[in-house]
Ligand binder design. Structure first.
Ligand SMILES: [Zn+2]
Length: 192
C-alpha cells in the first residue's frame, strides 16, 4: 500500500475522528439523559457545580433566553411567596439609594419635570445614603445618614428640573423648612 504524506494522513485522521464524534454525539447525549434520569440527585449536584464554575455561560444563556428566565422567575415566585417577600425586603434594605432615587424620579416625572442623566442623579442619592461625611448644602452641618435629604435647589413645584445640577444633599431640617422656596429665597431668609 502506498504510504501517505504525513500531513495528508493527519488530515484524514482528523476528518475520520470528526465524523466519528458527530455520529456518536446523539448516542452520548442519550447516555447522559439516561444517567441523569437514573441519578437525579447527582445530576442536580453536578449541574450546580458546573454552573458555579461557569458563571459566564449562565449569564450569556439567560441573556439569549430572557423569556425563559422571566418564566422561571415567575414560577419560583408563585411557589415561594414567603421567600419572595423576604428577598424583596433584603434587596430594599441593601439598596436604599436606588430606592430613593427611583421614587424621586417617579415624583419628578409625575410633576412633569425634566429628568437629567440617570447616572449623575443616582450618584447623588448614593452619596446621600452611603458617604461617611456629607455637609448640608444650606446650613453646613454634617447630618447623619438617616437624616439626609436630597433637595431640589429650584423646587419641582416651581419648574425646577430633576437633574444633578439642581440637586443638593441637605439635612432633614433645612429641606423640610425650605419647602417650595428656591435655595436663594431660603438662604436669604433662613428659619430661626
Ligand atoms: Zn441643613
Amino acid at each position: 500500500m502506498k504510504k501517505l504524506a504525513p500531513d495528508v494522513a493527519r488530515e484524514r485522521r482528523l476528518e475520520s475522528s470528526r465524523r466519528w464524534r458527530e455520529a456518536n454525539l446523539e448516542r452520548k447525549r442519550e447516555a447522559v439523559r439516561r444517567w441523569r434520569a437514573a441519578n437525579p440527585g447527582k445530576a442536580l449536584d453536578a449541574a450546580r457545580c458546573w454552573k458555579a464554575a461557569n458563571p459566564e455561560h449562565s449569564r450569556l444563556w439567560h441573556e439569549a433566553n430572557p423569556q425563559s428566565r422571566r418564566e422561571a422567575n415567575r414560577r419560583w415566585q408563585a411557589a415561594n411567596p414567603d421567600k419572595q417577600r423576604r428577598s424583596i425586603q433584603r434587596w430594599r434594605e441593601a439598596n436604599p439609594a436606588i430606592l430613593s432615587a427611583h421614587s424621586a424620579k417617579r415624583r419628578a416625572l409625575t410633576r412633569g419635570a425634566t429628568v437629567g442623566d440617570p447616572k449623575a442623579v443616582a450618584a447623588i442619592y448614593e452619596k446621600a445614603k452611603s458617604k461617611r461625611r456629607v455637609r448640608c448644602a444650606y446650613c453646613g452641618r454634617y447630618p447623619r445618614v438617616g437624616e439626609r435629604h436630597v433637595d431640589h435647589v429650584i423646587p419641582l413645584a416651581k419648574g425646577g428640573p430633576h437633574t444633578a445640577a439642581n440637586l443638593r444633599i441637605t439635612c432633614a431640617q433645612c429641606n423640610l423648612s425650605k419647602g417650595v422656596k428656591t435655595a436663594e429665597e431660603f438662604l436669604s431668609c433662613p428659619p430661626n
